[in-house]
Design a protein around this ligand. Structure first.
Ligand code: CA
Length: 728
């Protein structure tokens, strides 16, 4: 693996030139507006039927949770996030009060689902830190810091988040941002074993929660935006020994990995890549969702987008590029391939199939069906037969421009020819955009209402082919031109595009194949969902409220001001006969980092990360909210030639904008560079951007990709942007 990565860097390193002709202004606004005004809903065909194959489980199952516990990431192995607890119900929820809270030591995004086992609540915060609480009192029992190096923060696209732990047999398992899988003693938080699951020379990260099957811990990773090669691994729960690994995309031509995927690569996947250079990882990272059916003995993994996005670079001859953007079913004890369903063949739009998957048994056309449900980024709600991967239905849950629907005869989307920006050479603005119609935020399926609840985004984004693509070590490798896609400075255009952003909660009927109801929210990027047998739906909003709705009709029954934007999902548990609802709050993730100012439509307050736990007799209160200071200092004097500023815009878009925000407008999670005193100080700027003076905070030095002149050009651009905005 190390050889592969070093070849990637030396062969394609810094050969290209910065395209100085490209400018900071772009056509994002006009094309985004056009897309917002002219969207189409997808049609669909009829359901198909297929035979089922049932296979007996190979080994003893996982422990059965006790009553009141929330033992698995998605509540159960089916991941339906449907709790049987009924003490908190539509009649009583108005009296729900804060029982306890815990301040977290971070202002980065919080995405974890806590686990409650044996009266202890186990959760995680940014930088992969783990906390164990007494679930009733909120007393901190222990905490664990894996000491992820700050500079690992620059290895990922989408904030240093963590989605939680897995707990089994007295052990707590967590994946760390720098790629380690750690087993902790659930009593003490002490390390029992640690394994490195990735090649540290490459841009791999772990943000997802480990999943469990009998005797094994399953973990994937992220990094497709950097064009790494995706895989999922199984480790022995007791020893941490690697049991199997399944690569989701082919490696070097003719080279076997000695992995569980070797056979299916040769038999099926290799032929769907055409001219893939050995230096291309290909993407297909398994960075979040999995589900497990012990009766069928199938582990389902959601596979991410291709890398680079632009197919001309990764597979110049075209092809479906298996298994990017697919759901793959594996034998959990061996990693053996069983079936796959590819949602977005030859993906070029970051349409991951890593979104939450729910297993359920539904009556469809009068027949009981074992289904898997997913609402991935590409905008279709899929109902799939989980015994064999055959498509049952696929319907648009959000406005779509990239397709006119899914062909039920082939199971393939009918893609708008204009969406192939790699072929047309022209900008394409897509709905859903790169953040998806629905992202990682977990869904919930209420077996009483029959509805699946999830937060939906309407965020059109442009895809503009990069005519001067060059490989970078410390930046995303997408093959699309991020500088051309930058929002212009004009505040009126920014406001107009912002006005087009929408966020909703949708209650989807997977049998009727349509939305039963929806609730409009302030903007996109709202929290995941929890539903209960008592008829409640809980979800946090980006704007900072935890809300309880009537699961039948979306009527708002209760809300709590959390003092911070919420993206994580709530969960519920009972201890000593009392029901609690718990959530980790804290604004962050890719949306505010990348989209910057745009994200302030959803939430414009700073991150205040906390664990909040509620009960019907709670008596805790949050401290008063302190107003945060906004810099009113004038921007530094502008400097630099037009060409230097243009170069700075180019470098910024590729290397800096993913965290500091589109067009140097921060989304509020990371520092606002336009107001940074450092932008007026060449030496201080060089010390950070090239020298890595703030690497422990996650701001790595970029000397592997950038020259001091590049860094100075970025400074000229940042100062120019600050002056542009101060004049408006
Ligand atoms: Ca992605």
């Amino acid at each position: 693996m190390r050889g592969e990565s070093s070849e990637l860097r030396t062969a394609q390193g810094r050969a290209g030139q910065h395209g100085a002709s490209r400018t900071t202004g772009g056509s994002f606004a006009s094309i985004a507006l056009a897309a917002i005004l002219a969207v189409q809903m997808a049609g669909c065909g009829s359901a198909s039927d297929t035979a089922s194959k049932v296979v007996a489980p190979a080994v003893a199952p996982l422990a059965e949770p006790a009553q009141g516990e929330w033992a698995r990431h998605g509540f159960n192995l089916s991941e339906d996030r449907f709790s049987p607890l009924e003490q908190i119900k539509p009649d009583t929820v108005a009296g729900l009060k804060l029982a306890w809270f815990h301040d977290l030591d971070t202002s980065r995004g919080q995405e974890a689902t806590p686990i409650m086992v044996g009266g202890k609540l186990f959760t995680t915060s940014a930088w992969s830190k783990v906390q164990a609480f007494d679930a009733a009192s909120g007393t901190l029992l222990w905490s664990y810091d894996p000491k992820v190096p700050g500079e690992a923060g620059a290895k990922g696209c989408c904030d240093v988040v963590n989605r939680g732990v897995a707990v089994e047999n007295g052990r707590v398992f967590v994946g760390t941002y720098d790629g380690r899988l750690v087993a902790l003693d659930a009593q003490t938080g002490k390390e029992m074993w640690v394994v490195d699951t990735v090649d540290q020379a490459q841009n791999y990260t772990i943000t997802g929660a480990p999943r469990l099957v009998a005797g094994k811990v399953i973990i994937g990773n992220g990094g497709a935006e950097y064009a790494v090669r995706g895989y999922v691994s199984a480790y022995d729960m007791e020893t941490g020994k690697l049991a199997w690994r399944f690569y989701t995309v082919p490696g070097k031509a003719g080279v076997k990995d000695g992995a569980a995927s070797d056979e299916i690569m040769a038999k099926l996947a290799d032929a769907t890549w055409m001219g893939k250079p050995d230096t291309v990882g290909g993407g297909g990272t398994v960075w979040d969702s999995m589900a497990y059916d012990p009766d069928l003995d199938l582990l389902y993994i959601g596979v991410g987008n291709s890398g680079p996005w632009n197919q001309n670079i990764r597979s110049p001859g075209g092809g479906d590029n298996l298994f990017v953007a697919s759901i793959v079913a594996l034998r959990p004890q061996t990693g053996e391939y069983v079936w796959h369903y590819q949602e977005t063949p030859g993906d070029q739009w970051d349409y991951t199939a890593t979104q939450h998957m729910i297993l359920a048994d539904l009556m469809i056309d009068g027949k009981p069906r074992k289904v898997l449900m997913q609402a991935p980024k590409n905008g279709f709600f899929y109902v799939i037969d989980r015994t064999d991967g055959k498509l049952i239905s696929a319907d648009g849950y959000v406005k779509q421009t990239w397709t006119t629907g899914v062909d039920m005869a082939t199971g393939r989307p009918m893609i708008n020819p204009e969406a192939f920006y790699n072929k047309t050479g022209k900008p394409w603005v897509s709905l859903p955009g790169l953040l998806g119609g629905h992202n990682w935020h977990p869904m919930a399926f209420n077996r009483s209402t029959g509805l699946v609840y999830f937060p939906v985004n309407e965020i059109a984004t442009p895809y503009i082919p990069d005519d001067h693509f060059e490989w970078k070590q410390q930046a995303v490798n997408l093959g699309v031109d991020l500088a051309k896609a930058t929002m212009p400075a004009d505040k009126a255009i920014v406001a107009a595009v912002k006005a087009g952003l929408r966020g909703q909660i949708v209650a989807w009927d997977p049998v009727k194949r349509s939305a039963a109801w929806s609730v409009d929210l302030a903007g996109p990027w709202n929290g995941g969902m929890l539903t209960t047998a008592s008829g409640l739906l809980f979800g946090g909003t980006a704007a900072g409220d935890l809300v309880a709705y009537d699961a039948k009709d979306g009527r708002k029954l209760w809300s709590f001001p959390a003092q911070s934007g919420i993206v994580a999902p709530p969960m519920t548990y009972a201890v000593n006969g009392k029901q609690y609802v718990s959530i980790v709050v804290g604004w962050g993730g890719v949306y505010p980092l990348l989209l910057g100012e745009m994200a302030k439509k959803s939430n414009d307050r700073p991150n205040r990360s906390r664990v909040l736990t509620f009960s019907l007799d709670g008596t805790a209160t949050l401290p008063e909210l302190q107003a945060s200071a906004v810099s009113s200092a004038p921007p530094p004097r502008p400097f630099g030639s037009t060409a230097q500023i243009a170069l700075g815009a180019q470098v910024y878009a590729r290397t800096c904008g993913g965290c500091h925000g589109d067009g140097v407008r921060s989304g509020g999670v990371l520092p606002e560079l336009r107001h940074s005193a450092m932008a007026g100080d060449r030496d201080a700027w060089q010390a950070v951007v090239i020298g890595g003076a703030l690497k422990d905070n996650g701001m790595v030095g970029f000397s592997r990709d950038l020259t001091p002149d590049d860094a100075e050009a970025v400074r000229a651009y940042v100062v120019a942007r600050a002056n542009e905005d101060s004049k408006q």
